[in-house]
Ligand binder design. Structure first.
Ligand code: OGA
Ligand code: MN
Length: 283
């Protein structure tokens, strides 16, 4: 008996980051060999996209867990039958939202950076998308780090920043200054090393990073805003216009993501898988 070597096509999505994987139907069993190729493409490109998929919750869950253990923290009142699954949606049932992050624009962030062990990656499967807007933008934090001026890189050595799950606390917004007692927050290195690639990535974001430790507030604000403006430059960004059936997975350790606005009267329904967290290694 001969075993055919299955090979997939990997096509780059943009100069900044991202790769489309062609030739895989995720409803079929995925061989170890093909999975390794997808994993490799993910590590190399920060984002992988598989188009025209039509996955049940089980099938998406099976694919997601190949990348590692899935995150806990499932909210029982929301749709999704198990840990690691949630819906990102503005859909309501009996007047109640079935998912998280329902409406509007979201600034750049990295999922769960405010936890001790932030999620390594997140995956969205587009089920219903609005006719316009609701694009997801991804920024390459390796390239952002690599292209910083030498003196800025030097300044970042050993620095740590407070990450907060309160969208009003960042230096861009500054709606409030106090971190409420129930708001999740953690301090992480400003530059981290990716465990799989060994590369250094900038690990701050406009939405969730409030303060660099050990600096006066105005100095921290100045440095953070410089870093936010740097990482958000067009050359580091891939903007994803969703199609129904897309399965897209990003790496929270080396990429930030953001969302553009869309009409709240239109339905947006994505099924999300969140991979479990892991320790952040300082770069
Ligand atoms: C997320 C997220 C962006 C989007 O699921 O963590 O930020 O485009 N989603 O819905
Ligand atoms: Mn997010």
């Amino acid at each position: 008996m001969t075993t055919a070597t299955q090979s997939i096509e990997v096509r780059r999505l943009s100069p900044a980051l991202g790769a489309e994987i062609i030739g895989v139907d995720l409803r079929e069993p995925l061989s170890g060999e093909v999975f390794e190729q997808i994993l490799h493409a993910w590590h190399e490109n920060l984002v992988v996209l598989l188009r025209n998929q039509d996955l049940s919750e089980d099938q998406q869950w099976e694919f997601g867990r190949r990348f590692g253990p899935l995150a806990g923290g499932h909210i029982p009142e929301l749709e999704g039958s198990r840990e690691g699954i949630a819906y990102v949606s503005n859909v309501r049932k009996d007047g109640k939202l079935i998912g998280i992050l329902p409406d509007g624009e979201m600034q750049f962030h990295s999922d769960q950076c405010y936890r001790e062990l932030p999620s390594q990656g997140s995956m969205l499967h587009a089920i219903t998308i609005p006719s316009a807007g609701g694009d997801t933008l991804f920024a390459n934090c390796y390239s952002a780090y690599d292209t910083l001026p030498r003196d800025v890189k030097q300044r970042l050595v050993g620095l740590r920043a407070r990450q907060v799950y309160d969208y009003n606390l960042n230096p861009t917004q500054r709606g409030t200054r106090e971190i409420a007692a129930d708001v999740p927050t953690w301090v992480h290195p400003v530059v981290r090393i990716h465990p799989a690639t060994g590369r250094k990535a900038l690990y701050v974001s406009r939405l969730m990073t409030s303060r660099i430790e050990g600096l006066a507030e105005h100095e921290s604000d100045q440095l953070l805003n410089l870093l936010f403006d740097h990482v958000e430059q067009a050359q580091f960004i891939y903007s994803h216009a969703w199609q129904k059936g897309d399965v897209l997975m990003w790496d929270n350790r080396c990429a930030l993501h953001a969302r553009t606005n869309f009409d709240p009267a239109e339905t947006r329904l994505m099924r999300r898988i969140t991979l479990m967290g892991e320790p952040v290694v300082a770069g």
